[in-house]
Design a protein around this ligand. Structure first.
Ligand code: ATP
Ligand code: MG
Length: 485
């Protein structure tokens, strides 16, 4: 139906400038994610160097991010300062890190009340504009002012092109602080250290492949590689393409503590600690968006802390993965969850072995032993279905070949899986599901475990049988039970 707008009266309802900007301030950035968002723009602008600087002056402290990227003309800068400067549906160049046309403004306003941008395109005049939230509040107008703090007026002179973003009046981090207050200064410097750590993590692949150099108060930031990929004791698993190769996953199991020096062990831990940093590392165009966590598929637990999985996304799946403005949230689409979960289960199974110091045994066996899930996700003629794994040792034991009744029952279960209901409930409340063999059902688990162990002992030694159990679902999730056998 074509809607006839001309038939109806109209009234202008422009956003109210001051309150709109106030809402931008509440999007939920912290200073680490805010700075990273500004550097995204530098990378998209083709910069080779980014200089991050600050000067402590109590509540007058400033913070700046300068790059030698392509820069902007006066007209481009005004457009860039406009909230919603680009349509999120627009197709972006493959290497562009932006999406919403908001980051420069929302990230800056989350931290400061005065945002100045000075920019220069090669062989063109410098452009400069400032958003001052106090001025916007006073005038209730979306008006920029052509102003730059005097000490920054010459800041791009040594570059042929580039941009500097300056934050003044940092009312979130240094509000009411006195320059002479040493404890306030200490606190501020600690926050600055955490910003540096965050950048070393988020942009580690850009730093590693020498696309960009980041300087923090003139010191070059070294990359923090969550996978310790240079360490020979790190297990690297084959990369697996998903969605016809558009997405790539690659698992790593980090070395056992005994294989690392104390310093390396501490350094590899990362900002969230060993337990908090296990899980998926989701990258969008090589820029880290999510650092750890199991995407609501599993809980983070001590025995899996050595598992870290790299997930590489391009920048044209943002809507499917629900990438947010801050570029700090990603959720896999339903159609990929099974595959990601199956891959992660394998890596986690291996991580437990290394954690339990079983790694050496495993490596020898890896070629022969394969992981045995209970369910296999399958596709035939473009249709998905789920099949109970007939090779699973527990199933194999009961579904002795030719046992028609058991096979009929298995088929019945497979054919009548309440998939729509499960999907619906999962969408409504993903945390309401019972975990496998939770609480009192643990005894049932122990019973099957013991039985399977006993059967395995018929043609395996004790340690061989246990190694097998580590790779059988759901026993792989309970290494402590296997160890206690
Ligand atoms: N350092 C920079 N150098 C050159 N151009 C820049 C720079 N920073 C911003 N821009 C321009 O300003 C525009 C707006 O930036 P902003 O961060 O607000 O949105 P975005 O990067 O397009 O999308 P997102 O909201 O996802 O960050 C960019 O698209 C880019 O054209
Ligand atoms: Mg941006």
């Amino acid at each position: 139906m074509i809607f006839d707008y001309s038939k109806y009266p109209k009234e202008s309802a422009e956003p109210e400038a001051a309150s709109m900007i106030q809402s931008f301030r509440a999007i939920g950035y912290n200073i680490q994610t805010a700075v990273a968002d500004i550097i995204d723009n530098s990378i998209s602008a083709g910069a080779s160097n980014v200089w991050i600087e600050f000067q402590w002056k109590g509540s007058d402290t400033w913070f700046s991010i300068k790059d030698d990227g392509c820069g902007m003309t006066d007209k481009e800068l005004v457009q860039a300062m406009r909230p919603g400067s680009r349509n999120p549906d627009e197709k972006r160049a493959p290497k562009d890190l932006g999406r919403f046309g908001l980051g420069l403004k929302t990230a800056s306003f989350s931290q400061c009340r005065q945002l100045t941008v000075i920019s220069k395109k090669e062989s063109q005049d410098k452009a400069l504009w400032t958003w001052d939230l106090d001025f916007v509040s006073q005038t209730r107008n979306w008006h920029l002012i052509r102003y730059a703090p005097p000490e920054f007026e010459t800041s791009l002179d040594e570059l042929s092109s580039g941009t500097i973003v300056i934050w003044n009046n940092l009312d979130r981090v240094v509000k009411n602080m006195q320059t002479e207050d040493n404890s306030a200064l200490d606190k501020f410097l600690q926050i600055m250290e955490s910003v540096k750590g965050h950048l070393a993590m988020v942009f580690h692949r850009y730093i590693e492949n020498r696309t960009i150099k980041l300087f923090f108060q003139q010191r070059e930031i070294l990359p923090w590689d969550p996978f310790l990929s240079d360490n020979t004791a790190t297990r690297k698993f084959p990369e697996e393409p998903l969605l016809n190769g558009k997405i790539k996953v690659k698992g790593f199991v980090l070395p056992h503590k005994s294989k690392l020096s104390e310093n390396d062990h501490k350094n590899a831990e990362g900002p969230g600690g060993w337990n908090g940093q296990q899980g998926f590392y989701v990258y969008r165009n090589q820029r880290l968006i999510l650092a750890g966590g199991w995407l609501r598929m599993f809980r983070q637990e001590e025995q899996y802390k050595l598992a870290r999985i790299m997930v590489d996304l391009p920048n044209d799946l943002d809507a499917e993965w629900q990438i947010d403005i801050k570029k700090s949230v990603a959720r896999p689409p339903h159609m990929l969850r099974d595959q990601l979960k199956a891959y992660a289960t394998r890596i986690r199974g291996n991580a437990v072995l290394v954690y339990r110091h079983k790694g050496q045994v495993l490596q020898r066996k890896l070629n022969t032993a394969s992981f045995q899930p209970v369910w296999n996700a399958k596709i035939q003629n473009g249709k998905r279905y789920y099949e109970i794994n007939r090779d699973h040792p527990v199933i194999k034991e009961i579904a002795l070949e030719g046992n028609k009744t058991i096979n009929t029952i298995l088929k019945l279960l497979e054919e009548s899986l309440p998939i729509p209901l499960i999907v619906l409930n999962e969408n409504e409340d993903p945390d309401s599901f019972k975990q496998p063999y939770e609480d009192s059902r643990k005894n049932d688990l122990l019973e099957v475990l013991k039985l399977t162990y006993k059967n395995l002992l018929n043609n395996h030694s004790e340690s061989q049988a246990k190694d097998k159990l580590y790779l059988i679902e759901p026993f792989n999730n309970y290494p402590e039970l296997i160890d206690s056998l």
